[in-house]
Write a protein that binds this ligand. Structure first.
Ligand code: AMP
Ligand code: GLY
Length: 423
């Protein structure tokens, strides 16, 4: 079978790595991929959001399954375009991808189907939003409706900060039309966790749980990033809580999608806040989390190709997922300056010394080749991901490997997984 993976970050490297282990997969292409991915897949000079070029490639190269990593092509309708031409593709269509593409859609959906989430109100007029903020008082969370590369959510601790956030989104249009509608939301306090499932709209297969580390500095300080590290499982999600999440969130969501006639094949990612032992949805994503995919896929024993193909064919009930007992920890190595502006083209040293180990994978997120060696090309550069008999063990292995890797300005958090270890 010939597979095309769309995207070029750490999540896509993990997908390519896991797909390549399937005996059914003969050849993997990745568009655009990165230098690490090119060791396993043939990387294409096609952008992840160039649907026409991707569809042409899939047609002429006889691709059996296309797997979409990032949200932008999904919300733009890549799945609709492929399905129209009867090409097998894993991911939700444009209507399903609205769960991530529009926060207003997702919140209204949750309200309609009784899914627990923070109280909120939607605004299109700045003055009305400001009035509401003054009425409610801090803390409040201000959210741009549309996609904003993970920057459209601002948690504010005072009325002044909330008003500044409204001005930034609604008046200065910092995120363009993504800020045409704004949500003002109650601020929830608790512990965050990520809960992902595979679904074909009928069968739901939960993946193992995970927890991301959003802020750039230790102890959850500094601005939010795409994610600085993750571990799996997330002990905050106990067996009982997992049942509760399935019952109060995932089942009503699947029922709601059916009712709205949205046929959903793909991953549903629920970003959760656990408050007083109860799960609340902060956001839905329509794809695997990044970096969460890295530690989660490290733990998957089953054949990923079989699972994704079955989901894309609407027969996920044929699949059972099995997982390694080991825990996993992924630490992201980022460029100096990330999530702000950063330099590229820094030589990466030491990768050979951590290769070829069963309990360690260095997934590439933003790398390129230059003169036969690896150089940095993104904000998040590498995801050093280790398996261990427990979280402490996995953490030790990941950080030991990191000591051998170097590039100028390399920044990483030192406290990944500490929350799980302290439990
Ligand atoms: P989102 O993109 O909606 O997940 O938001 C990004 C981050 O903002 C989340 O991971 C949380 O850390 C924070 N956040 C979002 N909504 C809330 C909320 N209602 N209360 C507290 N924090 C939130
Ligand atoms: N790590 C958070 C996300 O993928 O959205």
């Amino acid at each position: 079978m010939r597979v095309l993976v769309v995207g070029g970050g750490g999540r896509e490297h993990a997908l390519v790595w896991k797909l390549s282990q399937s005996s059914r997969v003969d050849k993997i292409f990745c568009a655009p991929g990165n230098a690490g991915i090119s060791e396993t897949a043939e990387c294409l000079d096609i952008n992840a959001d160039d649907t026409d070029a991707l569809l042409n490639f899939a047609k002429y190269e006889g691709i059996d399954l296309t797997v979409v990593g990032p949200e932008v092509p999904l919300t733009a309708g890549i799945v609709d375009a492929f399905k129209k031409e009867n090409r097998r593709i894993f991911g939700p269509d444009k209507s399903g991808a609205q769960l991530e593409g529009s926060k207003v859609f997702a919140k209204d959906f949750m309200r309609t189907y009784g899914i627990p989430t923070a109280e909120y109100k939607t605004f299109t007029a700045y003055l009305h939003a400001e009035e509401y903020v003054r009425l409610k008082g801090a803390p409040l969370v201000i959210k741009a409706d549309g996609l904003a590369a993970g920057k459209g959510v601002i948690v504010t601790e005072s009325v002044e900060e909330a008003i500044d956030a409204l001005k930034l989104i609604m008046r200065e249009k910092a995120f363009g039309s993504a800020g045409d509608r704004v949500i003002v939301e109650q601020c929830l306090r608790g512990e965050e966790a990520s809960f992902m499932v595979l679904t074909d709209g009928k069968t739901v297969l939960p993946l193992v749980t995970s927890q991301d580390h959003k802020t750039v500095f230790d102890n959850d300080k500094g601005p939010n990033t795409g994610g600085m590290g993750a571990y799996s499982p997330a002990p905050v999600i106990t067996k009982g809580l997992e049942k509760d999440i399935m019952k109060s969130i995932i089942r009503p969501l699947i029922k709601g999608l059916k009712k709205e006639k949205i046929q959903y094949w793909g991953v549903i990612y629920a970003g959760l806040m656990i408050c007083g032992g109860k799960p609340y949805v902060l956001e839905f994503n329509c794809r695997f989390g990044d970096p969460e995919a890295q530690p989660v896929l490290m733990r998957l024993k089953s054949d990923l190709f079989d699972a994704l193909k079955a989901a894309a064919d609407g027969r996920l009930n044929d699949v059972k997922l099995s997982w390694r007992k080991d825990t996993s920890v992924c630490v992201v190595l980022a460029s100096k300056g990330y999530p702000g502006s950063y330099e590229k083209g820094k030589t990466i040293n030491g990768l050979d010394s951590v290769k070829g180990r069963d309990n360690l994978m260095v997934f590439h997120a933003g790398t390129d080749m230059y003169n036969g060696g690896f150089v940095t090309s993104g904000g998040r550069v590498l995801g050093v991901t280790a398996l261990g008999k427990d979280t402490r063990d996995a953490k030790t292995t990941a950080y030991e490997a990191i000591r051998k890797i170097h590039f100028e300005g390399m920044h990483y958090r030192k406290d990944i997984a500490d929350k799980a270890i302290k439990r």
